[in-house]
Design a binder for this molecule. Sequence first.
Ligand SMILES: Nc1ncnc2c1ncn2[C@@H]1O[C@H](COP(=O)(O)OP(=O)(O)OP(=O)(O)O)[C@@H](O)[C@H]1O
Ligand SMILES: [Mg+2]
Length: 343
Amino acid sequence: LQSVLANMTGGIVMIDAGQSIALVNREAERMLGIQAGKVTGKPYTELKRHYELTRTIEESVALKERMHEEVSVFNPEEKLIRIDGVPMSEDDGGYRGMLFLLQDVTAIRRLESMRSEFVANVSHELKTPVAAVKGFAETLLSGGVQDKETERSFLKIIYDEGDRLNRLIGDILELSKIESKRAPLQCSPVHVHSFFEMVLGTLSKVAEKKQIRLEMHVPEELYIEADEDKMKQIFINLLSNGINYTPDGGRVKLQVTMDNDDEVVFAVSDTGIGIPKKDLPRIFERFYRVDKGRSRNSGGTGLGLSIVKHLVELHHGKLSVESELGMGTTFRVILPFIQDEEM
Ligand SMILES: Nc1ncnc2c1ncn2[C@@H]1O[C@H](COP(=O)(O)OP(=O)(O)OP(=O)(O)O)[C@@H](O)[C@H]1O
Ligand SMILES: [Mg+2]
């Protein structure tokens, strides 16, 4: 019985009829940051550091009835604990105390709130372009626009917003595919130099338009084992951000170096507008744009970097960013040379 209690994945706290702590198992010790040796035999008010928990115990010890409750404890970061309490009785029916089962539901609740947040975000993001398409189409249909030029500009807006909707839906589908792991890696050796010649090639038109110089410094003889399509998505996203968020006449640079024997470092840096310090921790979140205004102009959806983050993680790599406002930004991707099956 001792070893069952000690190895249970749920926490157990037993309060006896005299309102003292009779038993605390190992998992409850870990959840609450207490030591059984120090609290057993003491009144339950010893747990007062966990205010909500103590209050819940107080209530149920008074009522002597079955109960369920969710409380927050801080140890040191916040955790959500589900408590199920049952009164214990002697064979003759006399009250012996309360038994509490504690379960950490932090991760489940976080996932639930993330999911509903995602749905809310998606609907919000879709509403704006749909409203624009509808509004401008209505105006045109009502015949209120006389001159050809205004008419054309309205049609252009409808076209652009339609385009934006299309990209948004494409990105959302892509992201959900990656997140649900329905997109396994298909690895092959990639010759890094020719890979980036191809990638920069596809971006050269956009860069030229803004007179942005694209530079690459890549060792000639380097190969890496990776999923080429996904790797292309990663760097097209990072390099297009570099081009998008750099004023005309700037520079976007890609530098590849070997870190040690088993990793390759890809640095994408630009001389652009930069990202404020306070936004840095959040830019990899879905739909996060530093300043909605500046990204709307470029038609951004705020999904690019969250896709990048997922793809880098799929490759067991690391992603980091440094930036100085008005000076430029550097994104660093570190990928292992070899994709280990085991990982
Ligand atoms: N190189 C950069 N320089 C400055 N700001 C950047 C840079 N890269 C990203 N950002 C900021 O981070 C935000 C998130 O980037 P992300 O690529 O996820 O979305 P986006 O570019 O707005 O849209 P898209 O999904 O079309 O890429 C951007 O809106 C932008 O404000
Ligand atoms: Mg982007």
